[in-house]
Design a binder for this molecule. Sequence first.
Ligand SMILES: Nc1ncnc2c1ncn2[C@@H]1O[C@H](COP(=O)(O)OP(=O)(O)O)[C@@H](O)[C@H]1O
Ligand SMILES: [Mg+2]
Length: 304
Amino acid sequence: MFRRAAQALISEEEAKRHTTLARELTRLLASSSSVTMFDGPEIIEPPVDRDSNTPLATVRLPERRFEALVLNESVTSAFQNYVEEVRYWPQLDSLGLPRRNRMLLYGPPGCGKTSAVEALAASLNRPLVTARVDALVSSYLGETASNLRKLFEYADSDAFVVFLDEFDSLGKLRDDAADHGELRRVVNAVLQMIDAYSGPSIIVAATNHPEILDTALWRRFDLVQELPLPTQEEILRVLIHVLHGRVSLEWLHEMAGGLVGLPHAAAEFAAHAALRRAVMAGLREVDGQILQSAIAETTARRWA
Ligand SMILES: Nc1ncnc2c1ncn2[C@@H]1O[C@H](COP(=O)(O)OP(=O)(O)O)[C@@H](O)[C@H]1O
Ligand SMILES: [Mg+2]
């Protein structure tokens, strides 16, 4: 629509023989074709660290859906309710109810924190802005405060889901640097920014370290959600996603039993390993021996 309107304006100006303006508009319109367009609205690029010139965050429209994830019922309904709640923000705003726009996810690595944030952004049709807290604060101290300010200003520029990954690195900083004035100020600044956040975005922090809950950190969040290790049944569901039709249900149950205690990511890894081995052995179906090797390959790795 913008393009058509601009084109109409150019024709109009040309007709009036305002050639300088018409030419300038044509030039601007042509140069804007390199701007990335998603779904209509344009996404502004995230800010960069002044010293290293590296972006402070990445921004994209994720495709992952909740339906593709294996989450227990209480996690699923918590996310469903939240997505629904965000749709009611206009009504809730008009009643003066505070928006719940700060969420903390915790749980062992590989159990879906990143995946769930992606699915949340996709469900809300919002771009996902991912920043790693350790990357934000590991540059020169003086720059850190300015990085954080830039990131939060950016969060105000649109309705994003802003993901602060490795949020526990903030807690670590606070301990390590108990007597270091500037670092402590930086940490407090982040906490205050989160506390005071009332912009259009949703801030989601994630940590693998639930110890963070012992500090006052978790109280800054409106919603605190655990993404726990999968049960054997849930492991089975992850395996079925990858291996359905390639192996009998009995074998799958056995395989799931061998993976209890490991995260979803490990179950997926084992299923991929089994499928790869079967394909390379020229087999259409995964057999018991392949399953054994895939489980061994998976349990030999570190998952936490
Ligand atoms: N709940 C889940 N259901 C299905 N697959 C999952 C789940 N959690 C993790 N995975 C798989 O493991 C990979 C890593 O998980 P991720 O979401 O990055 O975990 P985390 O952020 O908690 O460490 C994902 O890309 C996905 O393929
Ligand atoms: Mg993650």
